[in-house]
Design a protein around this ligand. Sequence first.
Ligand code: ADP
Ligand code: ZN
Length: 726
Amino acid sequence: METGIEDKLRETLKTVFGYDTFRGNQESIIQSVMDGKDTFVIMPTGAGKSLCYQLPAILKSGTAIVISPLIALMKNQVDQMNAVGINAKFLNSTLTKGEINRVKKETLAGEVKLLYVAPESLTKEENVQFLKEADISFTAVDEAHCISEWGHDFRPEYRRIKSILAELGEIPIVALTATATPKVQLDIVKNLAIEGANTFQSSFNRTNLVYEVKPKKQAKKQLIRIVKEHKGESGIVYCLSRKKVEEIAEFLKVNDIKAAPYHAGIDGNIRMKNQDAFLNEDVDVIVATIAFGMGIDKPDVRFVIHYDVPKSIEGYYQETGRAGRDGLIGKCVMFYSYNDILKLEKFNKDKTVTERENARFLLDEMAAYAESAVCRRKQLMHYFGEEYHKENCEGCDNCLHPKERFEAEAEVKMVIEAVQQTGERFDLNHISDVLIGKATQHVKSYSHNKLKAFGIGKGHDEAFWKSVIRQTLLNEFIQKDIENPGVFKLTQKGIDFLIDPFAIELSKDHEYELEGEEEEIERETVNTTAYDKTLFDMLKALRKSVAKHMDLPPYVIFQDPSMEEMATLYPTSFEDLIKIVGVGESKARKFGKPFLELIENYVEENDIITASDVLIKSSGTKSKNKIFIIQQIDRKIDLEEIAETKDMTYEKLLDEIENICDGGTKLNIDYYIDHILDEDRQDEIYDYFLNAETDSVEVALEELGDEYSEEEIRLMRIKFMSEYAH
Ligand code: ADP
Ligand code: ZN
């Protein structure tokens, strides 16, 4: 690699995209693409896949082809690229002949950096001819899981990609996907013949998403409550049938919520109109079948509700993945009832045997996920081939409200033995039958009724054993066979456990049909935002009108995290503006002016000491820390933990917090103070500051020092300043 390439990448990241740092594996992935290597990227939705091909496409000579399954998605991405000053075009069936010719001409002239192509267009002979003449830098295959029948979104045209690309010469391939079980990954590699690819698998953990499964009881009432908690924010409600979509959309509208339906049965124009209304924020909630979403990458979706149970964990994960793409909290709630699973199964009855078995397998996994009391995050990550070892994720219902656990050393051992004695060739139902001692035809045909393990678990029922088997799997004592994911095999950990077992606790499954009659305890969802909410709302309104005027979706202009930062740091000059996260020079030039004017006026009218001094004084990392701290406090994270994550001392953190507070940002640290000081003591310090001549900590220490520590005084001063001085 030439020297300086890292700098070049970073510079482009900043000037074009407005970001200071790469996320996760982005930099290594981009280097692999820059080096012309085949590259396989597995990264969850919202983690930032697009940048992995957009950035190298900009830097490399020639045009990058991006194969993408949905037309809406292309338009979106092309808009976003054009907004940052990059020439991107698409080639699909919505274009007229004249438009197609223009795209081709520009491409052949070497002006287009990214050319988005639908798989159907790729296979057209005239396009193949045209691409042969073009100078192609590399090909990106987005949503690469569409290549596999084992995935949830199989598209036969994807199978032809490789043979067509082969006609164009030796072009490096970048395959990208957000959902791929180990089996699907294998299919992708084989089908695209990228066995030698550099593979980058990022963690599937979306730390900013909160997962919750609720019994499907009084579902409408629950729905209204969740939507109202998120007043004015964007959300998606998924339903299974078109009829249900219409019904729920109507129901929300009657309840004064700006909602619109979306499904394949709605007239094309109206459907487009509804989708645009959602993107433009004229509508807050879109109620949709799964037809909606693949094309949508609205970054500020704050909640995704599955009103009905989805057909697979892949689908569920991808749909929930549409929440919180901007990195801020996204709430994912699913209403579950086993009846939904039975209904879904009925839909499959006309399918071929293999298809039906596949669908059944996916559904079983879905039901198991919903009913299990194991951390949702752990389950999801395990499903996609990744282990999660944290005891409590603090971001799912099962961790926040743990179910009763039981000691299960003996039971786990029985499961491992049953898997071992049956020769590591059987599935959940079979292992469970053996354990209970159910001599079915199938069991007898393998003489498994003669095994030692046969009937060793007859004290418990089938549901119990299935749950234990699944948790034995989640705890890595057994594993799924990659080629045949229904079948269990032993792991080394399982073999060791047989020799040297140890105590292990498992959780009892939920029994949703019984649970949840009683009203749920209302959990407080206080939202003490640290940024200036008034300014933020004004910026949002401005963004909406600018977007309308320019005929672009609002988030193409500036995304929410950028505007939150603007409402925290009050940039009033071009130089300040490009320091805001997500704002590159090009964006600042293109869209910045009215925003700067608005902030300028606002600052003047409200006599705000702008943070621009603070910002200029502090280095880039310092202002990053600042934002991080504000966000963490917003999320009520303990101060010690924040300090630890940022690798700073507690003292240093207090300094930073005081800086932020003195800079004019309100911070609510009550959650922390309430931990360490009782009410009377709080009142005393508070009263002191109310009547004191100065807010100096030293003076306060002199006055109160015998009774209170410096830490306590400093914390109370922060509280006081936030409540009084701002
Ligand atoms: P994916 O395709 O993986 O679902 P996107 O490419 O749409 O995700 O990116 C999700 C969001 O993350 C977008 O809003 C994008 O602007 C943002 N993003 C991508 N890379 C970075 C980065 N390095 N720093 C900050 N934000 C980023
Ligand atoms: Zn959890």
